[in-house]
Design a protein around this ligand. Sequence first.
Ligand code: 7TS
Length: 400
Amino acid sequence: MIPKNIRAQFPILDTQVHGHQLVYLDNAATTQKPLSVVNALSDYYLTLNSNIHRGAHHLAAEATERYEAVRRQVQAFVNARHSHEIVFTRGTTESINLVAASFGRKHIHPGDEVIVSGMEHHSDIVPWQLAGAILRPIPFSDEGVLDLEAYKRLFSDRTRIVAVNHVSNTLGTVNPIREIVEIAHAHSVPVLVDGAQAVSHLAVDVQALDCDFYCFSGHKMYAPMGVGVLYGREDVLGDIPPYQGGGEMISTVSFEHTTYNELPFRFEAGTPSVGDVLGLGAAIDFMLDAGIDAIAAHEADLLAYATERISAVPGIRLFGTAPHKAAVLSFLVGDAHPYDVGTLLDQLGVAVRTGHHCTQPIMDRYGIPGTVRASFAVYNTRSEVDAFVAALERIMPMLQ
Ligand code: 7TS
C-alpha cells in the first residue's frame, strides 16, 4: 500500500487551475518533486555548495563524498556490478547521445545498421542517424506489442547495436528486454536500453536484463531536472572513446598528447550538476521508502481502473493495449484533434499531454496526428481518475 500521507509531500498537487483542483496526469513528461527532493537541492546550495573532486577544503571534500555516495546509491538502485559503471549525465537524451557518439565513432561506419524499435522516442532515433547509421525498426502489432520474429530477421552482418526502450512513453508497452538482449547477444550485438519511462514504474536490474547500456532521466522519477544516468557494463564502457573533452575527464594533458581518466570520470567532463545529483539521491530514497513493488501495484490498479472507466466513454479510441503495460493511457476522442481535447481538459484543471509525444513513427504507424495521453504516478488516486473521466464527459458535447 502507498502511504496515506504521500500527497502531502507534493505541495504542488494542491494547486488550483482555472478555478479547479489540479489533476496532474502528465507524469510521463515529468513527475512532480517531493519536499525531500526540493530540500536536498536547497540544503546543498545553502550549506554545501562547492565544486567537487578537486578541492582541498572541507566543503569540496564533503560535496564530493555526497556526490559519490549517490553514485553508489544508483548502482544499488539498478543493481549494477560496480559504481564506476554509473555515469552522471543531464538526462536520457544526453546518455543516448553519449553512446551513439562514442560507440558510433569506434564501431559505426558508413553502411552499418542499428536496430531500434518502431516505438522509440526521437531521442533514441536521431542520435543514431547523427552517428551515420541506417536504422532498422522492429515492427509492432496494433495492440503495441513488438514482433520478435520480425526482430530476429533484422540482423545482418552490418548490425552494430540494438537500441530499444524498456517502456514506451506513448503506448505504455513494457518491452521484453531480457529476450531482446538474448537474441542480440546471440549475434554478438550489444543492446542499449532507454529506461526513461521504466525506472519510476518498475524495479530495474541491469544484471538480470543483461543489457550493455541503460539510460534514464532523474526528472521522470521524482528527481530534479538536469540530471540523468548512463549505466554501461564495465567492458563496453571501457571500450569506447570519451564523449566530451574538458576538465576532470583527463589524466594528463599536454599540447602534444592527452591521456584520459579512469571510469566513470572519463565520461564526466566539466562541472556536473552536483545539487541535482544529490536530489536524485533523495528521489531514490523516496521511491525506496514508498516501495517499488508498492508503487507498481498502485499504478497497475490506477491503469486498470482508468482503462475500464475511459473505455465506457462513447467515441474513445485507445492506442496501446498490450497485455504488459505501464501507467500510460493514450487515446483519441471521436474525430477531435488531440490538442483541442487537451485544452478543454485544462480548463477543468486536468493536465494531460497531447501531440506526437516525440514518437512520430508511432503516429505514422496508426495514421493519426497525435494522441491525448494521461500518465500516472505514485501520488495519483482513483478519485482523480473519476475527475478526469467526468471532465472528458463534460467536454464531449463541445467536441462534436
Ligand atoms: N526516452 C523516452 C522513452 C522518453 O519518454 C523521453 C522523454 C526521453 C527518452 C527523453 O528524456 P529527456 O529527459 O532526456 O528529455 N519523454 C517525454 C514525454 O513522453 N513527454 O515529454 C517528454
